[in-house]
Structures are given as C-alpha cells and as structure tokens.
Design a protein around this ligand. Structure first.
Ligand SMILES: [Zn+2]
Length: 199
C-alpha cells in the first residue's frame, strides 16, 4: 500500500547513463521493429502514443520470476518511447517516501516533505538547477549529493514500461536492445501510487 493507501504500481525506465544521448530515429525504429517481431510490443495507440503488450510479452521478463508470478502477471500496461525534450531526472513520478534517500555529505536520512518539494521543481526547471538544503548538515546538495537508495538517472532518452509486476527483465534481451541502441541499458524502477487501479 502506498502513502495515501493506494496500491503501488511499478514502472520501469530503460535508459542510459549517457545523460545527453538520444539515438537516431532510424535506430529507435529498428529497436521498435525488433520488439514487434518478438511480439513483446503489440498495437500502437495514437491517442496515448504508446504500445500495448504483444502476445509474447512474457519473454521481456527474466525466466526466474516465472516460477513466482502467474503467467498473466508477466506483462505491462503500456510501453512508450521518450526521445525528445530536456534532460529529466528518472524516476520522474516517484515521491520522496518511496525512495530511501540519504545525504552523501552527512549520511542522514532526508526529510520527505522538503525533498518532494525539491523533486517537484524538477518538472519545471533544468536538472542542473536542482538544489536541496540538507536539513541535518545544512549543505546545499545537488542531485549527485543524494543517495536515493535505488537506481536513478538523468537522461533525454528512455523506454518507459508502465505497470509491471517485476523489475527483473530478460538479460540477453536487454543486451540485444543495448547493442541496437548503442549504449548499455540502465533499468530505473519507479514506484507510484496507482490511483486508477483503485476501486
Ligand atoms: Zn547532510
């Protein structure tokens, strides 16, 4: 359960550690063609600009959770490509309480409320303008001065997979995608409250 009592939804960003990198349109097309051929992604929906899962979507995931998860859980809700616009901090929709963030200067746990306010400003300001005053040591922190307790990235390009049951993906498949895209892939998980899935 999330902070407000909503169920938690897991989303994944497949992105790169190379902050400014955006593959060419041809490379992105080829990558999407590959995922379509494997039937991992299916129909494209113009309205949401996202792909539905394909018939073989389960192969996106590492074989080991297959034993713990039901076949019906080895899927996603939708898949989108983001390849334009400024650099963003990822995961961009996760709230402070879902991280276990500590200050790299003093090691103290950061305050959720003030960190949320700082993370919210990232939606409007460039990532390099991020500042956060550590409530413990009073140092002015940049993003790199915060240990978020999980994988994070600053990127201009990513594949976004919403609504998965596990972050364990099929490694040989990731390696192949990395070769197609031309950079090692970094998987950034995002835990958000699933307000739509709450009945
Ligand atoms: Zn500190």
């Amino acid at each position: 359960m999330g902070v407000k009592g909503y169920p938690i939804m897991l989303n994944l960003y497949l992105t790169t550690k190379k902050t400014h990198f955006v593959p060419s349109d041809d490379v992105i097309e080829e990558t999407l063609r590959y995922l379509k051929q494997l039937l991992i992604i299916g129909e494209y929906d113009e309205k949401s600009q996202s792909y539905a899962p394909g018939r073989e979507v389960a192969t996106l995931f590492s074989p080991d959770p297959w034993e713990e998860l039901l076949p019906a859980e080895l899927t996603f809700e939708n898949f989108t490509v983001r390849a334009l616009g400024p650099e963003r901090f990822l995961p961009e929709r996760q709230l402070a309480p879902a991280f276990s963030s500590t200050c790299r200067m003093c090691g103290d746990r950061l305050d959720d409320k003030s960190l949320d306010a700082a993370l919210e400003r990232l939606a409007y300001f460039p990532v390099d303008r991020f500042v956060y005053d550590c409530p413990s040591c009073r140092n002015v922190l940049e993003l790199k001065d915060i240990n978020f307790g999980q994988a994070t990235a600053v990127a201009r390009f990513w594949l976004y997979i919403e609504g998965v049951a596990t972050s364990r993906l099929n490694h040989p498949l990731l390696d192949h995608l990395a070769r197609l895209l031309g950079f090692p892939l970094l998987v950034v998980p995002e835990h958000v409250e699933d307000e739509e899935g709450w009945f």
